[in-house]
Design a binder for this molecule. Structure first.
Ligand SMILES: [Zn+2]
Length: 155
């Protein structure tokens, strides 16, 4: 049988000095915890601010990209309209009879001087009238030759 040890100095009292020391420590711990929370909050705020900044930067970049695309689209449309108009102009120019077109018959009959024949060949490359006219002349000559017996072939 063990006797219960009850020395007064060994018993921890529930009040007095023994209770005031832990309270101070608790206050310090509480303050530290609060500081820690504030630091976490500050970091969270900084993160949020950074995220907001990133989002805004991305939004601005998207807006700039959109603006650039719109400008590009407008330029493309303008380029397209100009190209269409240029194509139409050169198409019409090819249909217009030029003084050079008058040389077609002489060119076909090889009656032009070499200089004029050379100039006509250059003209022929861009003139659909003369191009078509030359083909007509060649076809009508071919049909005329077909109608007559060819003296070079003999009988
Ligand atoms: Zn012509």
């Amino acid at each position: 049988m063990a006797t219960e040890h009850r020395h007064p100095r060994c018993v921890t009292p529930s009040g007095g000095i023994a209770s005031s020391a832990p309270t101070e420590a608790l206050v310090i711990a509480e303050l530290r915890r609060e500081i820690g929370n504030l630091k976490l909050q500050r970091e969270a705020d900084a993160d949020e601010a950074a995220a907001t900044y990133d989002a805004m930067t991305a939004e601005i970049a998207r807006a700039e990209e959109y603006g650039r695309n719109e400008v590009q689209r407008a330029n493309d449309t303008t380029d397209y309209v100009i190209a269409e108009r240029d194509a139409r102009i050169s198409q019409l120019e090819r249909l217009v009879e030029t003084p050079r077109c008058g040389d077609l018959g002489l060119f076909f009959d090889q009656q032009l001087s070499p200089d004029r024949a050379a100039a006509f060949r250059i003209h022929l490359a861009t003139c659909t009238r003369c191009d078509a006219g030359l083909l007509d002349l060649a076809q009508s000559e071919a049909s005329m030759k077909a109608a007559k017996p060819d003296p070079t072939r003999g009988g």
